[in-house]
Write a protein that binds this ligand. Structure first.
Ligand code: WTA
Length: 670
């Protein structure tokens, strides 16, 4: 059944009449497919793109690269696919990402346009224009050069959501340094690991970070972990906590420099370096099947094209009139592509918000949308589910009629959350784009086009122009319909180029199962009769907690690094709020007692080693773990007990009685 939704700008107000809203959502749950809202007129000729891309995908990308990006030296070669999976795009062309994000807009007379309406969590405001961003970027770029950073060197960035994070990324791009951003929620020891394996020369960080009214020292933690990194020559420190009570920050002479002093001393002019299109732009570490994070490497031309094109197409963007807000953190790929590079390359005005969605109150997001007249809002299903829990009365306090397009990313969105987003936030008149992609893909791959694609709640719908996903059986046979393994069958410009300094793991992880021309995504999906993709979830040992990718092996290795732990196995359990939650089965050493204090201690230990987001939701004491005769832990069985399912076949276990004992434990565990 298809429903044509005429929309009603005031429908969000129905939130106060809770019963009515519930009834409406229950009715809509039966609707399978939503036509584009009648009042919505798309701005971009996307159907033409789809036609062009189907006829000649490589030619389509070449045309987009010429239309959307400014090149210092035009490319003559579009795709070099002679050595798969090491593809090269536009590789004899030269350009600079920061010049595309800043200089060209300022040169076009848009210097006074606001790039970011920044809001601090205590309500501070800063409007940063494109001209100001360009000025600071040039100074920091010169500052980095003065610290000895050269093209190809790695610069770590460990910053909260403040405009300086964009300046830091752009300053690297300006001189060809490779940035390596670490999410501010990761612990300093995780930062250390990422700096060490990438041989970072400089780290840009902050004195302290604020969260819900409290300030935590950041630089002090960095010092503790990074005192002895031989390759790390300098630490640049942003003074961020000033107005609400600064934190004591020790500076080591010769190594540490204040960001503001570095900028004040720097020459204001730093011409953008013309860089080859395949020059590395950044590394972003992401979780994989082993405890060692993968350094996903993106390069200059193809990545910028992917971010720029998809940001326009998927959000129906008009840089002249839209106000755009992506609520992600810049430390994830979503922040890289859709807070920094896509929006700036397109020259739009964005909102950047430092704080949490529930501080000072549950309506802060909606207050900001009303105040800045945000037209495009991009968030994650887990955030929407939290908002549902807090109640529709919070959005109902504010005028959300400026919104035109709503986006979702990070995990499958359940139809109930989709409908609430559609009705309560979008007033029924805003198309929802459920965008499927990954750190590896660099930019959005499967998504509706607003005003063109009919949407089905829970489906990311169809591939974007130029993208060729397919479903395969376990044996590699293509499926026209049904459930299978998701792959992408031809290269695209913003694909990862390798894993940093680990070509072998790159080939092994993504291009060995089905050959060097078929990218293995790592997700299972279903394809329906209309050609719509429904992402099911990961097929590897990666857990998705609130849209954050975590590796079971990484959490296990953090747990066993605690002296009381003999062995640990970590699995995911379905969770109504966070999508998945971490359950840890832990065997303690003989003399240790598994009590509540120990649970708290292990959770703290994981927070310290990786970050709070990796703390197990549940810790279950296991005298023994289910193992095959060859000693392999059977995580499938652990998932079954954690989720309270009937146990499958246990006959392959060395000791089948282990499972009954565990099931009894789980039944009584908190
Ligand atoms: C999952 C985030 C369903 C998926 C951009 C993927 C999604 C992993 C969606 C990548 C979506 C992301 N629907 N699942 N719209 N978006 N995922 O690298 O499992 O942090 O493989 O990139 O998140 O997570 P990553």
């Amino acid at each position: 059944m298809a429903a044509t939704d005429t929309g009603d700008a005031n429908r969000a107000g129905a939130g106060s009449a809770g019963g009515e809203l519930e009834a409406e959502l229950a009715r809509l749950l039966a609707v399978e497919s939503f036509d584009p809202p009648a009042g919505f007129t798309p701005r971009q000729p996307e159907q033409a793109d789809a036609r062009d891309a189907a006829a000649d995908p490589v030619g389509f990308w070449a045309a987009k690269a010429r239309e959307l990006l400014s090149w210092d030296k035009p490319f003559t070669r579009v795709l070099d696919d002679t050595n798969p999976p090491f593809y090269r795009w536009f590789d004899d062309g030269e350009l600079n990402v920061s010049a595309n994000c800043l200089d060209r807009h300022v040169a076009a007379g848009l210097g006074e346009r606001v790039a970011y309406h920044w809001r601090g969590e205590e309500g501070e405001r800063r409007d940063v224009t494109y001209a100001e961003l360009l000025a600071d970027t040039q100074k920091l770029a010169n500052g980095l050069l003065s610290l000895g950073v050269a093209a190809g060197d790695v610069v770590g960035i460990y910053l909260p959501m403040i405009p300086e994070v964009a300046v830091a990324m752009l300053a690297c791009a300006r001189i060809g340094a490779v940035h390596n951003v670490v999410f501010g929620g990761f612990a300093p020891s995780a930062v250390r690991e990422r700096m060490e394996v990438s041989d970072a020369k400089v780290l840009i960080t902050v004195d302290g970070a604020r969260r819900k009214g409290r300030t935590a020292a950041v630089k002090a933690g960095v010092d503790e972990e990074m005192a002895d990194l031989p390759k790390l020559e300098h630490v640049v420190v942003v003074r961020s906590t000033g107005p609400v009570g600064g934190v004591e920050t020790a500076m080591r002479a010769g190594r540490d420099v204040w960001y503001d002093e570095l900028l004040a001393a720097a020459d204001p002019v730093c011409p953008p370096a013309p860089l080859g299109a395949e020059h590395p732009l950044f590394i972003l570490y992401s979780s994989g099947s082993t405890a060692k994070p993968k350094g996903i490497l993106h390069t200059t031309g193809g990545y910028l094209l992917g971010a720029t094109y998809t940001h326009r197409a998927v959000f129906d963007l008009d840089p002249e009139t839209d106000v755009y807000w992506c609520s992600a953190d810049v430390g994830w790929i979503t922040g890289h592509s859709y807070i920094v590079y896509g929006p700036l390359s397109n020259g739009v005005t964005s909102v950047m918000y430092e704080g949490a969605p529930d501080y000072p109150d549950f309506d802060i997001w909606w207050q900001l949308i009303a105040e800045y007249k945000v037209t495009i809002f991009y968030t994650a299903p887990t955030a929407i589910r939290a908002c549902i829990k807090w109640g529709a009365e919070y959005p109902a306090r504010h005028d959300l009629s400026s919104l035109r397009v709503l986006g979702s990313v990070g995990e499958p969105i359940n139809p109930k959350a989709w409908l609430w987003y559609h009705e309560v936030i979008g007033g029924g008149r805003c198309p929802i784009v459920d965008t499927w992609w990954q750190t590896e893909t660099g930019s959005i791959m499967i998504s509706p086009i607003p005003g063109i694609t009919s949407t089905k709640p829970g489906s990311a719908t169809r591939p974007l122009p130029g993208i060729t996903p397919a479903l395969l059986t376990e044996d590699g046979e293509p499926l026209a319909e049904g459930t299978g393994v998701l792959v992408i069958t031809s290269p695209w410009p913003s694909m990862l180029r390798t894993l940093y300094r680990d070509d072998e793991r790159f080939v092994q992880t993504y291009f060995s199962r089905f050959g060097p021309r078929t990218y293995l995504v790592g997700d299972a999906a279903r394809l329906d009769a209309d050609g719509y993709f429904w992402i099911i979830g990961r097929i590897d040992d990666v857990i998705n907690v609130s849209g954050h990718r975590l590796s079971t092996a990484e959490v296990e290795s953090a747990l066993v690094s605690h002296e009381a732990v003999a062995e640990a196995a970590v699995v995911a359990q379905a969770d109504a709020d966070t999508g998945q939650a971490i359950v840890a089965f832990v065997t303690l050493r003989g003399d240790q007692v598994g009590d509540d204090d120990m649970i708290a201690e292990l959770r703290d230990h994981v927070a310290h080693r990786i970050g709070k987001l990796a703390r197990p939701r549940r810790v279950i004491w296991a005298e023994d773990l289910p193992k095959t005769r060859s000693g392999k832990i059977m995580r499938r069985l652990l998932r079954d007990v954690a989720e309270g399912r009937e146990l499958g076949d246990v006959t392959t276990l060395r000791d089948p009685s282990v499972m009954a004992a565990l099931a009894a434990k789980v039944a009584t565990a908190p």
